[in-house]
Design a protein around this ligand. Sequence first.
Ligand SMILES: *Cc1c(COP(=O)(O)O)cnc(C)c1O
Length: 395
Amino acid sequence: MQVYADNAATTKISSHALQAMMPCFEKFYGNPSSLHTAGQEAKEVLEDARARVAACLGCEPREIIFTSGGSEADNQAIISAAYYGARKGKKHIISTAFEHHAVLHTLNRLEKEGFEVTLLDVKNGHNVTAEQVRDAIREDTCLVTCMYANNEIGSVLPVAQIGTVCKAAGVPFHTDAVQAAGHLHIDVKAQNIDLLSLSGHKFHGPKGVGALYVRRGFPLTNVIEGGAQERGKRAGTENLPAICGMAAALEDACAHMEENNAKVTAMRDRLIEGLSKIPHCALNGDPVNRLPGNVSFCFEGIEGEALLLLLDMKGICASSGSACTSGSLDPSHVLLAIGRVHDVAHGSLRLSLSHCNTDEEVDHILAEVPQVVQTLRDMSPVWRDLQKGEREYIL
Ligand SMILES: *Cc1c(COP(=O)(O)O)cnc(C)c1O
């Protein structure tokens, strides 16, 4: 049995999205910037996609900028707000310690340019609060950037409350909603969000395309210079097939959100309950405010990489930490941020589900993971020391 349980890394494109893309290759291949009929037809398709994306977020079409993905949208949102703040003498930015690297590395770069960054610690080991944001805001704060939901441990942040706090303080609020879009309710006006990033491939759309919502009037800085596409704010010929695929996927995900989430949450809870029975393990992330598809555990005495390889041999595609960090030996910054010590953080497993998964697949995971964990523990010198009492259990 093949089980794909790595939907936080990327998802399978839906047939709905694929079908929406095909006419862009075959019929609407004109350049939307061209003045001839072929170009203007493509332009119409582009603007239709923009209106669809905007409708899913509760904003106006003109407030949507298409990008190459979530990373680019994060970069542009943060750099724009920072440079806007700097023009008014404000150079302090608030974020959290468990953001995606697209946010954290952009903040590192701004620090080198003289900005000051406050990273909120992850309270109770699983989430941050709007009070933490409120307490961190200063006279010179030019941006609060907090993710909507965490990609590794699934915690869902109190975005609407953070939005209220930011609005009251007059500070722009950006949220990396890459894990939330298509999975959780978004209404940028009601939630007082000024800037929001999303990515097509996290909700069964194509890869290499994303969108940035920018509240009307907010001054954007270009990250990519060139032509006058996207109201002059993002140069480059629009990837029309991908944009149409993303718009169709987002509409589809939002239209079926309730039923998809009911199905996925039930599978998630069955996995969490079953895997919790493995001795000396711990659930990562917020047990209540949690992404419908996220299951994240640390198992003491084993290496996450070995766990992934053995699970792969059993037909299960999972992840340890984020896809970006699993290539390196450093444990995930997210697991360290929630207070997991190095040894424990190394033994992490993330299973991320979508509505494409089935109950039979969940049964397969529940049958294999405990066995594989035991196999690895049987070979582990650390586990032997723990069992002999020569080392103390942490979990
Ligand atoms: C996947 C992801 C990104 C990056 O999106 P890309 O489209 O792959 O660049 C950013 N933030 C979060 C939370 C993600 O899960």
